[in-house]
Design a protein around this ligand. Structure first.
Ligand code: SR1
Ligand code: MG
Length: 401
């Protein structure tokens, strides 16, 4: 079938034809529930049995902007292949793909509507006791087994080829690493923080560090990244974590994915300034978020190093001192990329609800200024970072200053 964007009814007709999902005569409901920046998402359910699936279809443009921003449909292929690749390593942490249609740029996958988006959960002030362990395992396993450490050299190169993703990478290159640091037309920030943003545009040492991080993003094909691992790409319940939406997947620096998780926990931390008015509760929740940052890194590193010792395929992996120097660089990358991802969500296109849902402009500006200060410190001080508490100490110190 030639490409066309499906209606709710057409999505129903489509899944009815697929073998093994629903009976031919089944009565199905369909609702388009996509609220992300890019795609259509249909929730299809058979009320009689409770059985349901998600149909996700890429539009030939970025939904957040409209048809004036054309965007490759190949991102649907990238996403379904990334989900299938990740499923091999962590089947309990990603949705199962039932079917992919290249022509329609459409994936039929497991419905996770018993979960909520983590960003929403954090804004509501919920806690997720298993999250750090689960996302740490997701990061360690997906990144290790697709890297030169855990994959056969031929397999790794084949994966690099499969996941060449130029258009989506270009969005990140522009929106994360370039536009926010100059007076670009895509920027979209609170006018009350104009002075602080202009200071960033003039800050040469900062811009140099961001340029170095951008070069790492452009050139360092370490592992298959999720590529957009913010808390809107993570579904949670109290017990379970599911990582969705890897349409930005490509071969890049490992710290970019870990940094995304760290950045989004810190963005919520900054947002607490306007989200939680009770001072005591705000401090308590902020400590929970920072402990989560530490636990995510510690869990990732412990599992990654364990895999390194037990399963590394690369012959030079066991040269004395290598894993320690690798991990030292990784935490510094993590801090640097986290800093960029914090700054872009405050200054650039596509902000986050953790800040944008603060109604009062003045209060929002205070939260945003805090986020800007933290982001800059993480980038500028990253070379002195050795452990996760060095990251959280930066956040605490900036907050109390
Ligand atoms: C036009 S896309 C804007 C942002 O949404 C995605 O989730 C990525 O973070 C991208 O940068
Ligand atoms: Mg997305």
């Amino acid at each position: 079938m030639a490409y066309r964007a499906l209606t709710e009814q057409e999505a129903v007709e489509y899944v009815k034809e697929l073998p093994g999902l629903f009976e031919k005569g089944a009565t199905l409901t369909s609702h388009e529930i996509g609220d992300g920046n890019l795609n259509l998402v249909f929730h299809i359910k058979e009320e009689a049995t409770g059985k349901s699936v998600i149909v996700k279809q890429a539009l030939p443009y970025a939904r957040v902007v409209g048809e004036s921003w054309p965007l490759t449909l190949d991102r649907a292929r990238i996403e379904s292949e990334a989900l299938r690749t990740q499923y091999k390593f962590v089947p309990d942490l990603v949705p199962q793909v039932y079917h992919f249609d290249q022509e329609l740029a459409l994936t039929v996958m497991e419905d996770l509507s018993d979960h909520i988006l983590m960003r929403k959960g954090l804004i509501e002030g919920n806690r997720y006791p298993y999250f750090a362990k689960q996302i740490g395992r997701f990061l360690a396993h997906t990144l290790f087994f697709t890297s030169d450490l855990g994959a056969h050299p031929y397999e790794k190169k084949a994966l690099v080829k499969t996941f060449v993703n130029p258009e989506l990478c270009k969005i990140t290159e522009d929106l994360v690493f370039t536009d926010p640091y100059e007076n670009a037309s895509t920027n979209n920030f609170n006018p009350l923080i104009k002075k602080e943003v202009e200071e960033i545009w003039k800050n040469k040492p900062l811009k140099l560090e961001i340029a170095k991080l951008k070069l790492d993003f452009l050139t360092r094909a370490e592992a298959l990244l999720h590529g957009d691992l913010h808390t809107g790409s993570i579904f949670v319940t109290e017990q379970s974590t599911k990582v969705i939406d890897p349409e930005f997947a490509y071969y890049g620096p490992i710290g970019f994915d870990i940094g995304a998780v760290v950045a989004n926990l810190i963005l919520n931390y900054a947002g607490q300034h306007g989200l939680q008015s009770d001072r005591g509760k705000r401090e308590e929740y902020r400590e929970y978020l920072l402990t989560t940052v530490e636990d995510v890194w510690n869990e990732f590193v412990s599992q990654f190093v364990q895999l390194w010792h037990k399963q590394a395929k690369e012959r030079s992996a066991h040269v004395e001192g290598l894993w320690q120097s690798y991990v030292n660089r990784l935490i510094q990358d993590t801090a640097g990329f986290a800093g960029c991802k914090i700054l872009r969500r405050v200054i650039g296109l596509a902000g986050v609800a953790d800040l944008n849902s603060i109604q009062d402009d003045q209060t929002r500006a205070e939260a945003e200024r805090l986020a800007l200060r933290i982001g800059q410190e993480l980038i500028l001080k990253r070379s002195s970072i050795e452990e996760s508490t060095d990251i959280t100490d930066i956040v605490r110190n900036v907050t109390t200053r």
